[in-house]
Design a protein. Structure first.
Length: 345
């Protein structure tokens, strides 16, 4: 078993602005695991919201920790052993988990959705994210979002109602709102009441993740469903969320990969929580990985790869917003032939 990594700067079509931050680009890390001449690829898209950084991961993977790797089979124990070398860097755990699954699928000639008992015909429609911007740019983005039947709108500004009013003047498509912890309880109560009259499907993470008690109060009065994102990282968080939210947003970069995300799906279903699969700003490697689990969930917000302009890989595609999985073993991602970036395979 051999390991190497490469780095890549993904550039956004529009600066990506949410309630707490704004970015023109993100630096990501690809990890590669090679066994018997076959290579699996994974991606880490670290988020400083969770105390992670690109530099931290480079320091971690460039040391001796991954020079000698454990036996590849069985897959589960291989992933567990690699994770024990990742400290609590969840996006790095996700990268190794994705690469190990990709390699395992290729070696066993099986597409990952089948490994997770997911029917590729049952993939959901993904929402398309409209980041925070001035109203003129938002108008332009709505025009460009024509191919996507469901919108996810970022709020948490002092002109939230203007944003929704502007969008509603242009389209009656279903809208999901994500406040990214940008409101307090009183604002959230007011906004949920107002939004419930604007054909909004649900609201994601209205309050800060540490305000779980206020979330219980909000759930008691909100006419709209409430989904946990920043409040829900891994399966350990799920038991405490039922009173405060109607559902959860699972992301591989928070869970540490497919294995834990699959466990979260089972647990959320048992707990009566709705499930969305989401992503960070990621390339097609990580977004395709999450898509393999998407037939098992209620909603998808898997658009990170279409918000960037220099994706070096191809994988999942869209047909009228519906996620379409590649029908090849493992993840089914390929490096773009026209990509002249320095990505090794
Ligand atoms: Mg979110």
């Amino acid at each position: 078993m051999k390991f190497h990594y490469s780095t890549y700067r993904i550039k956004l079509r529009y600066p990506f602005t949410i309630a707490r931050s704004s970015h023109d680009y993100y630096d990501i890390i690809y990890v590669y695991l090679t066994e018997n001449g076959v290579t699996g690829i994974g991606e880490a898209a670290p988020s400083n919201r969770y105390g992670e950084s690109f530099e931290q991961i480079i320091e971690w993977v460039s040391g001796d920790r991954f020079k000698i790797l454990p036996e590849f089979e069985p897959l589960d124990s291989f992933i567990k052993k690699l994770h024990s070398r990742c400290s609590e860097i969840r996006s790095l755990k996700a990268a190794f988990d994705i690469a190990a699954h990709d390699l395992w699928g290729k070696l066993n000639d099986i597409s990952l959705c089948h490994h997770f008992h997911a029917n590729p015909d049952d993939t959901p429609i993904t929402s398309f994210t409209i980041g925070i911007d001035n109203l003129d740019v938002i108008k332009q983005k709505i025009v460009e979002a024509k191919p996507y039947p469901v919108l996810k709108v970022k709020l948490g500004t002092d002109y939230d109602q203007d944003i929704i009013t502007e969008i509603r003047n242009l389209t009656d498509k279903p809208i999901r709102v994500d406040a990214n912890e940008g409101w307090n309880l009183e604002q959230a109560q007011r906004m949920c009441d107002w939004l419930s009259k604007q054909n909004i499907e649900f609201v994601e993470q209205p309050l800060s993740a540490d305000q779980l008690e206020d979330m219980v109060v909000l759930k008691g009065s909100s006419p709209l469903k409430l989904l946990a994102d920043e409040s829900c990282l891994s399966s350990e968080d799920i038991p405490s969320l039922g009173e405060a939210f109607h559902g959860i947003n699972i992301k591989l970069m928070k869970s540490g990969g497919l294995r834990e995300a699959y466990k979260m799906i089972q647990l959320a279903k048992e707990s009566g929580l709705e499930i969305m699969l989401g992503c960070m700003i990621e390339s097609s490697v990580a977004v395709t990985a999450a898509t393999h689990l998407s037939p098992l969930v209620d909603y998808a917000d898997l658009d990170g790869n279409i918000l960037i302009e220099n994706d070096p890989f191809t994988g999942v595609t869209l047909k009228k917003g519906k996620l379409i999985l590649p029908n090849t073993p493992g993840l089914g991602v390929q490096i773009r032939e026209e990509s002249n970036e320095n990505i090794r395979d």
